[in-house]
Structures are given as C-alpha cells and as structure tokens.
Design a protein. Structure first.
Length: 157
C-alpha cells in the first residue's frame, strides 16, 4: 500500500481576540489614568513659586474653587476676577451662597465640612485681597482647611 504525501495545511491565527484584548487594555488604562488636570480650568494661569510642590497624599474630600478671568485669544483680560465653579462664572464677592449650598450638600451626605479641604486655584493676576476674601467666605460657610495651588518655578524661569 502506498501512502500519499499531502501538503500540510497552514493554519492562520485568528487575531480577533487579540484585538479585543488590546482595546480593553486601552480602555482600562484610560480609566485608571490620573485626571487631576482635567479639573483644572485653562482660564486660570497659576503663579510660579520655588516652594510649590505636588501634594504627597491625595486628599479624600476637597472642594475646588478656581479664580480667574475671562480672556480673549491674545490673553487679555475681558472681565473682573470670577470664580469658575460648577460650570458657573460667579463674581468673587458673590460666592457666599454657593459655599453655603456646598456646606449643606456635604452635611446631607454625612460629611463634616470641617473635614473638607477647600483648594483654591487663583490666577497669578488675581489680587491677593480677593483670595483672602474667598478664604473668609469659606470660613463663614463652615470650612476650615485650605490649600493653594501654584506651579513650581524651575531654575531659569
């Protein structure tokens, strides 16, 4: 009896599951990526300071208040200082009602406002007195912890 030699069939690898896995990994890494800067409003140009350093421990409860200006494309100021808060543009001296609502909101979910850190991102051109007013209004609303954001000044900058 004679055995016939047959050509071996070449099996092709199905790449569909590999592509699915790659897309799932991309989605996973996008979800776990730190979106700290996503909360930053581009209208706020932070001051630079040699002593500024990143937060070492992530705060659990924080209230972000950003003070800046509406600017044109050239960067010229078109408004007085405003607080960019919850999609609204509120004049600094009119922020008290919003802070009071925020205090009530924290209390309604069982969080003591004294445990919430108020993080203030103020534009470098905002007068210091307005930042102090913001802190005063926050204290009147029941908040006690504060943090300021700045950009670290590099050598030669």
């Amino acid at each position: 009896m004679r055995i016939k030699a047959t050509k071996a069939d070449v099996n092709e690898v199905d790449m569909t599951p590999m592509i699915d896995i790659v897309f799932q990994l991309i989605a996973f890494f996008m979800v776990i990526t730190n979106f700290e800067n996503a909360k930053a409003d581009e209208r706020v140009k932070l001051p630079k300071d040699e002593l500024a350093k990143p937060v070492e421990i992530k705060r659990e409860k924080e209230l972000l208040l950003q003070i800046g200006f509406i600017r044109n494309k050239e960067g010229d100021k078109l408004s007085d200082p405003l607080v960019f808060y919850a999609g609204e543009e509120i004049p600094v001296l009119e922020i008290s009602p919003a802070l009071t609502r925020e205090n009530a909101s924290y209390k309604s979910i069982g969080v003591d406002p004294k445990d919430v850190t108020v993080v203030i991102r103020a534009d470098r051109e905002v007068p210091t007195g307005l930042v102090q007013e913001m802190i005063k209004f926050s204290q009147e609303a029941g908040f006690e912890k504060f943090a300021m954001k700045a950009t670290q000044k590099q050598d030669g900058n």
